[in-house]
Design a protein around this ligand. Structure first.
Ligand code: PLP
Length: 361
């Protein structure tokens, strides 16, 4: 057995004990009434965490990227136009997925470490009034940028363009308000601030998005991720589509229970508080932030002079049992990505990391 690790990178985060216990529950069949009851509760808990009344709210079998793919392939048909905000890895991945689905991709770009400007989005939407969707990343895990949503949500109101939002890193760690923002399709992942192992992707579709899916001229290119087929299982018909990952559903059910028992506001607040302690400690030690609009759960920081990226990360891991992430893209070799996600966003973990960093400096 590997020694226990403190996972303070860009995900996965450590799971709460309740979640690990749920993973070990004896299996049920995927059509067992007890399991179906649990599925309904998972959907209900996801509605609370997403803050939505959307009927079609469920968990895709697969990690966050499967959620991304499910969101995009259901709404896009070959030849459709999509506008995508790109200021890091995950906006880039959305462009890749959309273009593989045959869509024409229009990028609204910003430098890595900066937000997508609402004025740039407004211009792109005006230039492309026929765009089927606009896609945006709420928490860009490659840079630590927190993307403001309100102004962009306002721009999209009254247009036919669907609003697709990636909340893989933000959900259950900072405010996500799907119905208030008028988001049509939103996906997330289990292993970041929900603190459940990687393997499911929570997702929600508005009625407007489902109307768009129903009026497609071509079938959804992915059989596995076709929301119309998945509705047969997650809805009241309970038709077999694919075998649900039973143990992961147990784990997600337990993990969402932990989130809701704590309360969303208390959980957001805990992230903000621990983030402030970490930021003060890092800045004191000569680290500096890449982003001005910063996430509480992901800190992308430049290393102080004299710290060798790979050696220092490897020592943190082997000597202290702490994982932090490397920089990506323009930040490779010069930055770390330190996660304070979900269960891990605690003062004790911050102290442990800062103490370990002190032994390296
Ligand atoms: C982690 C992440 C993903 C991808 O999730 P996987 O679970 O790695 O497939 C997508 N978007 C964002 C913003 C992420 O942080």
């Amino acid at each position: 057995m590997a020694r226990e690790r403190l996972l303070m990178g860009p995900g996965p985060s450590n799971a709460a004990p309740e979640v690990l216990a749920a993973l070990g529950r004896p299996l049920l069949g995927h059509l067992d009434p007890e399991f179906l009851g649990l599925l309904d509760e998972v959907a209900e808990r996801l509605r609370m965490v997403f803050k939505t009344a959307n009927r079609m709210t469920f968990a895709v079998s697969g990690t966050g990227s499967a959620g991304m793919e499910a969101a995009l392939v259901n709404v896009l048909e070959p030849g459709d136009e999509i506008v995508v905000g790109v200021n890091g890895v995950f906006g880039g991945r959305m462009c890749d997925v959309a273009s593989r689905a045959g869509a024409k991709v229009v990028k609204v770009e910003a430098e890595w470490g900066r937000i997508i400007e609402a004025s740039d989005v407004a211009r792109a939407l005006d230039d492309h009034p026929e765009a089927k969707a606009f896609a945006l990343v709420h928490a860009e895990t490659s840079t630590g940028v927190a993307q403001p949503i309100d102004e962009i949500a306002e721009l999209l109101r009254g247009r036919n363009t669907l609003f697709v939002l990636d909340t893989v890193t933000s959900l259950a760690g900072m405010n996500v308000d799907i119905d208030a923002w008028g988001v049509d399709v939103c996906y997330s992942g289990t292993q970041k601030c929900i603190s459940v192992p990687p393997g499911l992707a929570p997702i929600t579709f508005s009625e407007r998005a489902l109307d768009v899916v129903r009026s497609r001229k071509t079938p959804v290119q992915s059989w596995y991720l076709d929301v119309g087929l998945l509705a047969g299982y997650w809805g009241s018909d309970r038709v077999y589509h694919h075998t649900a990952p039973i143990s992961m559903v147990f784990a997600l059910h337990a993990g969402l229970g932990v989130v809701l028992d704590e309360g969303l506001d208390a959980r957001y607040e805990r992230h903000v508080r621990t983030a402030a302690t970490l930021a003060a400690g890092l800045e004191e030690r000569g680290f500096s932030y890449v982003a001005a609009s910063r996430l509480p759960m992901l800190h992308c920081v430049r290393l102080p002079d004299g710290v060798a990226d790979a050696t220092a990360r490897s020592r943190l891991l082997t000597e202290h049992g702490i994982e932090v992430g490397s920089g990506l893209g323009p930040f490779k070799g010069t930055c770390w990505r330190i996660g304070l996600m979900g269960h891990n966003a605690r003062e004790g973990n911050v102290e442990r990391l800062l103490g370990a960093i002190d032994t390296l400096l």
